[in-house]
Design a protein around this ligand. Structure first.
Ligand SMILES: *Cc1c(COP(=O)(O)O)cnc(C)c1O
Length: 395
């Protein structure tokens, strides 16, 4: 064997030593971690010694993200970071159930969560019911002896209805059923799910927490240690592992999360007021408004933090909707939320396209219905953009 330029070894140069520490978290893309001896590795697997082994099982960048969200949520155990929000939903729905169980879900859950409830769980012999999470008696009526969990979002997409979390958590406690809260929309800045009785908390980190539309990541943790462990084992076994680079970007995004959220939320309140004054806007949906159907509940649950999502409706057809999207100059017409920039989405052509027009009308989502995820623009400039866009669409 001939020697290469570095001597005969492939990795002869150890990490340079430094008495001081880096301020920014180093990116650790290593898939494997070397231990000194079989005894040491044994101690790591037994949990007597903390040390990473193989990055599917865990890595430093994922743990930094987990600890950051744990602290915000007040999670009692280190949560599990997974490759997307849907991986987190899947870890809960598939990792904690078995055939013949029953799961109740909010009837306005995120589209893919609804699909998993409607298609995948039944295929595996797990029955599901979709119920209005604002109606505790309807949820109670749906409970069966084999009901395992209730999965809800605090504020629904895109009609911004607010779930009766206090009623649901009392019901869950009374019946011994797990209450699972997808806290993506509200975030711990607006709603601390564990303080309100949640047993399991889910996040799409992709959205507001990471905040820059350049990372896809999810998070889940459980109040109960054994359940938290089961979620981790399932996520690892199912290969839901997150990339270190994505975790590193998410950590960077989360450094400014609170500032971003507060700014976006105050601009959203301003935009909601402004939209209400525009000729051509039929309806504005924002939980801070007194005409919001769940205003009092939102006030009590969200403690004045009404989040960054505003929906509104203009009179008209697809042509008017096209004119509005075109007229919203400088904003992205894109089906996501939580980006640093304001994004505009149109449920009838995206998230709710699979429904019939009649069904959408029943849910209050006509062709003129838009959802706005408010970002960090100058509030007055943003209001001006909407003035022009609505004008373009309605005159
Ligand atoms: C986006 C979203 C998800 C899914 O998250 P991904 O990271 O896109 O997989 C789940 N729940 C809610 C409420 C969401 O908005």
């Amino acid at each position: 064997m001939t020697k290469n330029d570095r001597g005969s070894l492939i990795r002869p140069v150890p990490l340079p030593e430094s008495a001081s520490r880096p301020v920014a978290t180093p990116l650790s893309p290593s898939v494997v971690y070397a231990s000194d001896t079989p005894d040491m590795l044994d101690a790591q697997y037994e949990g007597d010694l903390h040390g990473y082994t193989y990055s599917r099982e865990g890595h430093p960048n994922a743990d930094v993200v987990a600890r950051t969200i744990d602290a915000m949520e007040g999670a009692p155990h280190m949560g599990v970071v997974v490759s997307s929000g849907m991986a987190a939903v899947s870890a809960v729905l598939l990792g904690l159930t078995k055939a013949e169980d029953h799961v109740i879900g909010g009837n306005q859950l995120y589209g893919r969560s609804l699909r998993m409830m409607a298609e995948d769980l039944p295929r595996l012999g797990i029955a599901t019911s979709m119920v209005d999470p604002g109606d505790v008696e309807a949820v109670r009526a749906a409970i069966r002896p084999e009901t395992k969990m209730i999965l809800v979002e605090v504020v629904s997409n895109p009609t911004l209805r607010v779930a009766d979390i206090l009623g649901l958590s009392a019901l869950a406690k009374e019946t011994g059923i797990l209450l699972v809260v997808d806290n993506t929309f509200t975030t711990p800045r607006s709603f601390k799910a564990y303080d309100h009785g949640a047993d399991i908390v889910i996040h799409s980190v992709t959205k507001l927490l990471a905040g820059h539309s350049d990372v896809m990541l999810g998070y889940v943790s459980a109040r109960d240690k054994a359940l938290n462990d089961r979620l981790r084992v399932f996520a690892v076994t199912a290969g839901m592992s997150p990339s270190p680079f994505d975790c590193w970007l998410a950590e960077r995004g989360m450094l400014s999360f609170e500032l971003r959220f507060d700014r976006a939320q105050s601009t959203a309140a301003k935009l909601a007021k402004h939209l209400g004054t525009l000729e051509g806007v039929k309806r504005v949906i924002y939980p801070a408004r007194r005409d919001h159907p769940d205003h009092l509940r939102a006030e009590a649950l969200l403690k004045g933090q009404y989040c960054n999502m505003v929906s509104f409706e203009i009179e008209g057809t697809r042509a008017a909707a096209n004119a509005l999207a075109r007229g919203a100059e400088g904003l992205s017409f894109a089906p996501t939320l939580g980006d640093v920039g304001t994004t505009l989405s149109h449920p009838a052509s995206s998230s709710h396209r699979a429904l019939t027009a009649e069904k959408r009308a029943e849910l209050g989502m006509s062709e003129g219905f838009f959802r706005v995820s408010v970002g960090l623009e100058d509030p007055d400039a943003l209001c001006d953009v909407f003035t022009s866009a609505v004008q373009a669409a309605t005159t």
